[in-house]
Design a protein around this ligand. Structure first.
Ligand code: THU
Length: 162
């Protein structure tokens, strides 16, 4: 019997001042993006900001619709924007944060499976890990070196690429 190993490494910080200046800036951009969220139905606002290898920063926020499944998560708004605008440039880091109406989210919230799958394909496409920074409205900050931490086994079928 052989054991299949997965890796999961997250650095936890108690203050943004412990992050590099680039990471602090990106987290601030994600917090600013929360204000562009359109979430009148869930009242749960998600903001994110990604930095490309060329230094360009792209923000995203969740955009809901009264036909509920028609909306889109913040992460996919940003990552697909990046793919559409800079198809040849890898993403270095994405920061994601949230703000709920009526209560304080004091811990990091990890992205949903559909977002992780979509973001993972960018890692694969460029063969380059995407760093992830997470923070709730307040509280500890998580930094992961790769999406693999959150989605160790993405859906992938080599034959579909041929
Ligand atoms: N949402 C995101 O923006 N990202 C995720 O990874 C999960 C959930 C949004 C979708 C919806 O607008 C709200 O959060 C509540 O589910």
């Amino acid at each position: 019997m052989e054991e299949i190993k997965t890796t999961s490494t997250i650095q936890q910080y108690t203050s943004a001042t412990e992050l590099s200046l680039e990471d602090q800036q990106l987290l601030n951009d994600a917090k600013a993006a929360v204000n562009t969220s359109y979430a009148p139905y869930s009242r749960f606002h998600v903001g994110c900001a990604l930095i490309l290898e060329n230094g360009v920063i792209i923000k995203g926020s969740n955009q809901e619709n009264i036909a509920y499944p028609s909306g889109l998560c913040a992460e996919r708004v940003a990552i697909f924007h990046a793919g559409a605008s800079y198809p040849d440039v890898p993403v270095r880091t994405m920061a994601i944060t949230v703000k709920a109406e009526g209560y304080v989210v004091d811990k990091p919230i990890t992205s949903c499976g559909a977002c992780l799958q979509s973001m993972s394909e960018f890692e694969l496409k460029f063969n380059k890990p995407m760093r992830i920074i997470l923070q709730g409205e307040t509280g500890n900050i998580w930094v992961a070196d790769s999406l693999r931490t959150f989605i160790p086994f993405m859906f992938w079928v080599d034959e579909l690429t041929k």
